[in-house]
Design a protein around this ligand. Structure first.
Ligand code: MRU
Length: 369
C-alpha cells in the first residue's frame, strides 16, 4: 500500500532486525511508527490493538515468535522458554484464529531445529515467509474476487457497483491489499466503477477511521454510514453486494467477524443481496464445525462503548457518550451462519460456505490443524 507515494506493509522488519508497526489506534489522525523489541512488546501490540485484523495479528505473532527465539537463546532451557512465550502470546486476543495458527506453525518449526548459531536466522526466515504467504494470499483473494465484481458491473451495464463493507478488512488488517478490500482495489485499478458503503463499525470505528482512510489513500469512492444504515440501503437497491472479512471461519463455513456482521447478512438475505466473505485459509479453523457454539467471542472493556475517541482541537480526545452508571456490554464479534453466506473468496478460489465447498478447494488441509 502506498502512503504519500511510499510503499508500506502493515508490519515490516528493517535491516538490523527491528520490527516496526503502525500504531493503528492513532489513525487516521496521527501516523505513529513503533518498534517492537521484546515478546512483551508483541503481546501488548496485539492486546492493545495497535495492530489488529486477523491476518495481521497472525503475522505479528509470527514475528513475536522470532523474538521469542532470541529471548529463549538467553535462557538455560530454550524449549521451555519458547513454549512459555507461545502460550503467552496466545492469550493476547481470543477470536482471530490466525494468531493460534501462526504461533503453532512457528513453534513447531523452531522446536524442530537444532539449537545452534543458525536458529535465530531460521526463525527470522520463517516469519518472513509467513508474511510473504500472507501477502500473496491477499493478492490472490483480490484476483479471485474480481470476477464477482466484474460480473455485477457487466449486469449493470457498466454502472457503478455499490459494495457495502463492515469493519476494516483492508491492508491495515493484513500485511498488504486486505481481504475484503483486495478485490475492490483491483476492480478500481482495472477501471471498474466501484463505490463502497463503509459501516462506521461501532464501538471502535474501524470502518470510519481505518477503511475510510485506506480507501481515500487509494482514491476509491466511498461513503461512511452509521452501522444501522445498511438495511435501509439494501431495501432501496443501493447495495449490489456485501463484502466483509473474517476472524475465524469454521470448516463448515460459519463466519465470525466484527460485531454487526450478522445483522448485515440478515438484511442481505432478506433483500436478495449477495453476501461474500473474503478470507485466507489461515483464518479457517479446521477443528470447528459449529461457529455459534464453538467460536470464542471476545468481550472487551465497556469503556469502548461508553466513550468515543476523536479529533478535537488537533488532539485525540475521548468523550463520554452514556450516562454515568449505565451498564454497557462490548461483544467484539458475532457469528454469521453459513446459510447466510453466498460464497467464500479465498486464495484458492471462490467456494460455497459449506463443508463440501471448502473441502473442494482445500481438501488436503482439512483436519490438519
Ligand atoms: O477487532 P479487530 O479490529 O481486530 O477486528 C477485525 C475484523 O473483524 C476484520 O473484519 C477481520 O479481521 C477481517 S480482517 C482481514
Amino acid at each position: 500500500m502506498n502512503i504519500n507515494g511510499k510503499h508500506f506493509t502493515s508490519i515490516w522488519m528493517e535491516e538490523k532486525g527491528d520490527v516496526k508497526i503502525i500504531d493503528q489506534r492513532k489513525l487516521p489522525f496521527d501516523w505513529v511508527i513503533e518498534t517492537l523489541s521484546t515478546v512483551e512488546d508483541f503481546y501488548q501490540a496485539i492486546r492493545q490493538m495497535k495492530v489488529r485484523g486477523a491476518p495481521l495479528i497472525g503475522t505479528t505473532a509470527a514475528f513475536g515468535m522470532m523474538v521469542a527465539t532470541r529471548e529463549a537463546l538467553l535462557t538455560d532451557d530454550f524449549a521451555k522458554s519458547l513454549k512459555e512465550a507461545a502460550n503467552y502470546l496466545k492469550t493476547s486476543r481470543p477470536t482471530a484464529v490466525d494468531l493460534f495458527y501462526a504461533i503453532d506453525r512457528m513453534e513447531a518449526y523452531i522446536l524442530a531445529q537444532a539449537v545452534d548459531n543458525h536458529i535465530l536466522a531460521k526463525a527470522t526466515t520463517a516469519a518472513l515467509t509467513y508474511q510473504k504467504e500472507n501477502i500473496q494470499n491477499c493478492k490472490s483473494i483480490g484476483e479471485n474476487g474480481l470476477e464477482i465484481i466484474q460480473n455485477i458491473a457487466d449486469e449493470k451495464g457498466g454502472e457503478v457497483v455499490h459494495i457495502l463493507t463492515h469493519c476494516n478488512a483492508g491492508w491495515l488488517a493484513t500485511d498488504d491489499y486486505g481481504t475484503a478490500t483486495a478485490p475492490i482495489y483491483l476492480a478500481h485499478d482495472r477501471g471498474i466503477r466501484v463505490h463502497v458503503w463503509v459501516d462506521e463499525t461501532r464501538p471502535r470505528n474501524q470502518g470510519a477511521r481505518l477503511t475510510a482512510w485506506e480507501l481515500r489513500q487509494h482514491g476509491v469512492p466511498h461513503t461512511v454510514i452509521a452501522d444501522n444504515t445498511g438495511g435501509h440501503l439494501m431495501q432501496h437497491h443501493l447495495v449490489d453486494m456485501v463484502l466483509v472479512g473474517s476472524d475465524r471461519t469454521t470448516r463448515s463455513g460459519d463466519v465470525a467477524n466484527k460485531i454487526g456482521t450478522y445483522l448485515k447478512a440478515l438484511a442481505a438475505k432478506d433483500n436478495g443481496v449477495p453476501f461474500y466473505v473474503a478470507l485466507p485459509s489461515s483464518t479457517i479453523d479446521w477443528t470447528l464445525d459449529d461457529g455459534l457454539a464453538e467460536i470464542p467471542i471476545e468481550e472487551r472493556s465497556p469503556d469502548e462503548v461508553t466513550f468515543i475517541d476523536g479529533l478535537h482541537d488537533q488532539a485525540l480526545t475521548r468523550v463520554r457518550l452514556t450516562p454515568e452508571g449505565s451498564l454497557a456490554a462490548n461483544y467484539a464479534f458475532d457469528v454469521t451462519p453459513a446459510r447466510l453466506v453466498t460464497g467464500l473468496i479465498t486464495e484458492k478460489g471462490v467456494c460455497k460456505a459449506s463443508k463440501e465447498g471448502i473441502s473442494r478447494l482445500f481438501g488436503d488441509e482439512m483436519g490438519e490443524m
